[in-house]
Design a binder for this molecule. Structure first.
Ligand SMILES: [Zn+2]
Length: 506
């Protein structure tokens, strides 16, 4: 089960890259980044040769190689600050893909028919099997966020809803509650999605499999989803329905209910432990110890994402997020070529963002510089959405006291600013969240998140599909604007005379 995936090519590359001379030479203001520069990087990263940049695939090796070599060619040095792992920070992951399941149920010895397509399971081990009467636990935890039922050895049925409770109390997320139940000894955690949740999409997500950080690999032997009608069939054995169950669960201290139905669940799962990598480069500053600016974006996408029969099997991720990496490459080139900045400026491509911000979470737990020294983290994700001239929106507006600075820099460059907080709807869906959760001032600034109609048009069509490819229709004007904006943002935040971070109070 613990097959380790290695990248032999990376060690050689790291050596080659680390001995390149620093090419940073002060020059007059370089010309603005052009659309063709951005396009060239997207074309490479989103080409079929890169196989959709799946973590742990041959596409990862190519992607990391391209990013590190390109950055090194501009004069960046390794940013891992770890001589044993130059350029590439290993990120241990575990991937699971279920490929078979069996579900049966009986009440007092008589079979109870459950709609077969209404249950989607995944096991933790290559094969898992559990039997028993399920325990309905409502939302799984009480107001203090603690598991209140004795779930040891039990199959539990939990509601995924994230109810907002009086007094502003928020329960842990569904995913966190599943982990808590597993940690408390449940052998299977079955989740009922909120009413109206798209079952087809959720089921195919289970089929696609899961990826986790090895350091956060907590789960019951069997996990899965139970569609509302199937949950109703199970709950009816205790004279309940999903609706009553929701009402009861709203009283968070309700007594859990054992459902008098014998469930037999079995799964077969492909399990793979492997190492992926964050790639990290650095432009050393003139004033060591004065803090660091971090620019980041995720290099990964979904790889070969369709079965052999499909005409197009590769999820190329041109917009998501070859476009963001193209910005990080062009920005690094301009900054490395310009006058030396005071602070170190780090550039990071994270892995496995698409699987839950995993590379970013790993970095937040294992930062290359203390997190308190990072004066700002600028994330760049999905930037080829808007045409040139789009207003600058901010994911993270109102969250960290940087709005005014960004707005001023943007307007100084002739751009409009979008000051509503609509873009914050995406705050949890991007790598900056993993850093922001640990107190790093983290923002995502750019044109993509200002025009929600354009963004939705992308999200509801090619997003996460094989059709996210570089075509003439992909607008690169906004991405190019954002690249130029990030040159100025990085320069500003790296300048100790211009920017002193406000004390965070710790
Ligand atoms: Zn994505």
């Amino acid at each position: 089960m613990t097959k380790t995936f290695r990248h032999p090519a990376l060690t050689a590359l790291a050596l080659a890259a680390s001995i390149l001379p620093i090419a940073a030479q002060a020059q007059d203001k370089p010309a603005p980044i052009s659309e063709s520069e951005v396009r060239a990087h997207i074309a490479t990263l989103a080409s079929d040769a890169f196989e959709g940049r799946g973590p742990g695939s041959a596409g990862e090796t190519k992607t990391l190689d391209y990013l590190a070599k390109t950055w090194a060619s501009y004069g960046l040095v390794s940013g891992t600050n770890d001589a044993a792992h130059p350029w590439f920070q290993p990120v241990p992951l575990v991937e699971r893909k279920p490929y078979a399941q069996a579900v049966s149920a009986s009440v007092r010895g008589k079979p109870l028919k459950l709609a077969e397509d209404g249950v989607a399971l995944s096991g933790r081990n290559p094969t898992d099997r559990v039997t028993g009467e399920p325990l309905f636990v409502g939302f799984g935890v009480n107001l203090q966020g603690k598991v209140y039922a004795d779930v040891k050895g039990r199959i539990v049925l939990m509601l995924a809803d994230e109810p907002v409770i009086e007094g502003g109390v928020k329960l842990p997320t569904s995913r966190e509650r599943q982990k808590l139940l597993a940690g408390a000894g449940a052998v299977a955690v079955l989740v009922v999605p909120p009413p109206g949740a798209p079952w087809g999409g959720m089921r195919s997500q289970i089929a696609t499999g899961s990826m986790r950080l090895a350091s956060d690999d907590i789960g019951a032997p069997i996990g899965g989803l139970v569609r509302g009608d199937v949950a109703d069939t199970l709950l009816r054995t205790a004279r309940l329905s999903v609706l009553d169950a929701q009402l009861r669960a709203a009283n968070l201290d309700f007594a859990p209910v054992t459902l008098p139905v014998m469930l037999d669940l079995a799964t077969s799962t492909q399990v793979r432990a492997f190492e992926s990598h964050n790639v990290i480069g650095k432009i050393p500053g003139a004033k060591p110890g004065s803090g660091a600016v971090l620019l980041l974006g995720h290099w990964d996408h979904f790889g070969i994402c369709r079965s052999e029969e499909a005409e197009d099997r590769i999820c190329n991720g041109a917009v998501d997020n070859a476009s963001g990496m193209a910005v990080l490459l062009t920005v690094a080139e301009r900054l490395a070529r310009g006058a030396q900045m005071d602070r170190d400026v780090y550039f990071m491509g994270t892995t496995a963002e698409e699987r839950g911000l995993l590379g970013a979470y790993y970095f937040a737990d294992n930062p290359v510089v203390p997190l308190k020294d990072i004066v700002v983290a600028l994330n760049v994700d999905t930037v080829a959405i808007a045409p040139a001239g789009a207003p600058v929106a901010l994911v993270g507006r109102g969250e960290n006291g940087l709005d005014e600075i960004v707005d001023k820099i943007a307007t100084g460059m002739g751009r409009k600013v979008d000051t509503d907080k609509e873009a914050n709807a995406f705050i949890r869906r991007q790598d900056g969240w993993a850093l922001g959760a640990k107190g790093v001032k983290s923002i995502m600034a750019g044109g993509s998140f200002s025009d929600m109609a354009l963004l939705q048009a992308f999200l509801t069509t090619v997003y996460h599909q094989p059709d996210d490819e570089l075509t003439d229709k992909v607008p690169l004007g906004g991405a190019t604007d954002d690249a130029n904006l990030h040159v100025e943002l990085a320069r500003y935040f790296a300048d100790t005379a211009k920017y002193t971070p406000a004390p965070t109070g710790d």
